[in-house]
Design a protein. Structure first.
Length: 292
């Protein structure tokens, strides 16, 4: 039987209705959630991501600021701008789109963001809180994946979860979140990476398989257990549509795997819309925390 399709775009829409209502309630208390997205340079993928974040912030009624900086901006000047947003009471969330140009240290920039405004959840203070199960801000893509699983009724407690990819943005945090004790977690988690000898050996055991590799066709049908839940985090650009838009595909051989899996997320329309929505949820939370 073909897999159930987990439609992130629909689940994201439901969450956005709640966020819009909460934003309106905060406004009645005189607080407008404020989000700044900082983009350095003109990487087309980053420009498209940031535009999506700004459009959604605007739709929800946020105070939203797009700060575009040239590729040549110095690290010192970028740090200066971040400190300025740290002090700005209208801004509750600061997002610096990654990757940054090679002359700027990502670490120095992420360390400079006020942890209370770190809606990406990338500051080491927030990474540490996540490790001990006390996160204020869950990183957006992992938080989106967890919500997709929960809202699709996928049992996580006791499940064998296999994550392929160990990035700081997706692989490490989702593994950490799902192994925590408590609701929406309590799984047995394995993380595969470029040093793993036989990735298929692990993935074939997975009740929940999370692919965050960054390569088309990295997960083929022989690597998936019958009835498994497959979450495809990949956003790979492969050519163009007839309208000239970038054509996206995930890390999973979707057409073959959906014949075998129990449930699967499509690309686009799976994890992507959830990532943006969780950024908005974190911004509303930051505004609520600031409002006291
Ligand atoms: N680049 C790719 N994904 C992300 C993300 O979630 N946040 C930021 N800031 N940059 C990214």
């Amino acid at each position: 039987m073909a897999a159930k399709i987990i439609r992130g775009s629909e689940i994201a829409q439901q969450i956005r209705v709640d966020l819009k209502r909460e934003t309106a309630l905060l406004k009645e208390r005189g607080v407008v959630p404020g989000l700044v997205t900082i983009l350095v340079g003109q990487n087309p993928a980053s420009m498209s991501y940031v535009a999506g974040k700004q459009r959604t912030a605007h739709e929800l009624g946020f105070h939203s600021v797009q700060d575009n900086q040239p590729e040549t901006i110095s690290e010192a000047l970028l740090l200066e701008r971040i400190l300025q947003y740290n002090r700005d009471p209208r801004i509750h969330g600061i997002l610096v789109q990654l990757p940054l140009p090679p002359h700027i240290s990502e670490q120095n920039i992420l360390y400079a963001i006020d942890p209370g405004k770190d809606v990406d959840g990338f500051h080491p203070f927030n990474v540490g809180k996540l490790m001990i199960g006390q996160a204020d801000f869950l990183p957006c893509t992992p938080a989106g994946i967890q919500q997709l699983l929960l809202r699709s009724g996928v049992p996580i407690d006791g499940a064998e979860v296999v994550v392929v990819g160990r990035s700081n943005i997706v692989g490490k945090p989702i593994a950490n979140m799902l192994l925590q004790k408590g609701d929406g977690a309590n799984a047995t988690v394995t993380v595969c990476h470029t040093g793993t000898r036989d990735i298929g050996f692990h993935t074939r055991r997975a009740d929940i398989l999370i692919a965050a590799v960054g390569r088309p066709m990295a997960i083929t049908v022989d690597m998936v257990k019958q009835g498994a839940v497959v979450i495809d985090v990949g956003v790979n650009r492969q050519g163009f549509t007839p309208e000239g838009k970038a054509k996206l595909c995930g890390d999973v051989d979707y057409e073959a795997v959906r014949q075998k899996a129990g449930a699967i997320t499509p690309v686009p329309g799976g994890v992507g819309p959830m990532t943006i929505t969780m950024l908005m949820a974190n911004t509303v939370k930051a505004a609520r925390m600031a409002a006291g």
